[in-house]
Design a protein. Sequence first.
Lengths: 115, 109
Amino acid sequence: DTGVSQDPRHKITKRGQNVTFRCDPISEHNRLYWYRQTLGQGPEFLTYFQNEAQLEKSRLLSDRFSAERPKGSFSTLEIQRTEQGDSAMYLCASSSPRSGGTEAFFGQGTRLTVV
Amino acid sequence: KNEVEQSPQNLTAQEGEFITINCSYSVGISALHWLQQHPGGGIVSLFMLSSGKKKHGRLIATINIQEKHSSLHITASHPRDSAVYICAVDDFGNEKLTFGTGTRLTIIP
């Protein structure tokens, strides 16, 4: 297993278009997280899954955003009708609970530019 | 909501210097993470702490739960240590992290 994988690494899209990002977590990890990071800021939580169940969504996740993890493995994050304010790095992380706490492993991120 | 603050925001030092980056948070936590982010975006986990001190190579992380404060130290700093270092806290033990804004470290040869 090579770690958390995100695709694509970069995406440039015109305002109003829909985009979809994919995250493949570490195979035995049942928790998967999406974060968004704008320039000069730390990442902000968007949503997380335990297996296929979406357990929490941030208020940052407007109705134009939807995330799925249909079989409890990979996840997709879709943004409909993109706006310039959606330009950011979208980061995925995965973890697996164990005694003593859990370390989160991050992907390389998908950098979205809306023009 | 936990407020996570890091200092300094930017730090430039000469190769070989001892580096300290500080992190404070406002509400009790389950664990604190120190992360490293290089240009291009990828984040690497350095440490996860719930108490005491951890050491890995030239990196040392400490946490004081009572004072709600953690520090990341780098000994014998090297230009390859140049990166953004981010502190993040896990409030509830579910690894949903709240992040600081990061400290940009530049080590000059």
